[in-house]
Design a protein around this ligand. Sequence first.
Ligand SMILES: [Zn+2]
Length: 310
Amino acid sequence: MNQRVAKLLETIDEKSEAIPYVHTLTGRDPGKTCVIFLGTHGNEPVGLYAYEHLMEYFAQHPLEAGTLHFIVSNPQALKNYASASTVDEQRRSRFVDINMNRMPKDHPRDSYEGRRLQEILPLMEAADIALDLHSTSLPSDPMLIPLGATEEHHLQAIPVETIVSGVGDVLGEQFLLHYAGGYPGTSCASLLVECGEHEDPKSISNALHSVEALLHLHGLHRFPVHPTPTQHAYTVVRSIFFPHSSYCLVEEFGNFAPIKEGDLIATGDGPPMFCPHDGHTLFAFQGGKPPSIAEEALFLTLPRVTRTNR
Ligand SMILES: [Zn+2]
């Protein structure tokens, strides 16, 4: 049982108006509309923890301009996470019916997540900027994943060292963020930040620094700016699915671990799987298996490129 998550969900629901589990702050001056997604995956409470800190801050320093919506993307999955009593139950609380970052284009209403998307869609369509806060099952440095109409200055403003582009292209148009600004999200700057390991306190500060940088950049609030370090950019070119549930990765490949063409990736009741090109591995699941074979077991990137910011 995670009381902190349960309590934060209750708080946001109490503050909600027209739509459940959406807390809206309005700035003193007119300005842009920003949506921040918390808990798109139920087993990733980092966004809720960042929300808790931001509310303490905004109680003393009210939002200066624009509109800020904190949207709990998947309330039921987070409730399941909050009431989970084993690590396995926590893992299974990632979503209820469908993964919100693998939404089919016609987002069917007969799933819990499809209905939730319908509910929050009007807010998403009116957004100028969208940020989705995630965390990872394995220890990891933070990663910035640009989607939609994200431009160079957004990448430079977020104090995250690692940029991973191309994920949206590899998956097709199926991220929750693709609906921000109106489907297919071409009018909205959309950023996904993987903040670090699920319950690592550093993940919360990474989430906070990303929110602060984005709100500062778009004039919603003047936060002290954290300098952006030299950034390393990786381009995802391939996702690996298992052909059968018997398959397992031959090791828990770390994020950005280098891999060579021809290296063994996975084995199971069928032919072994090998790496088709040089690059790096990304987003392996703990234990070397995704929760279902409908999910990617591993992503592969091209070799990294270094970007020096002034
Ligand atoms: Zn996630």
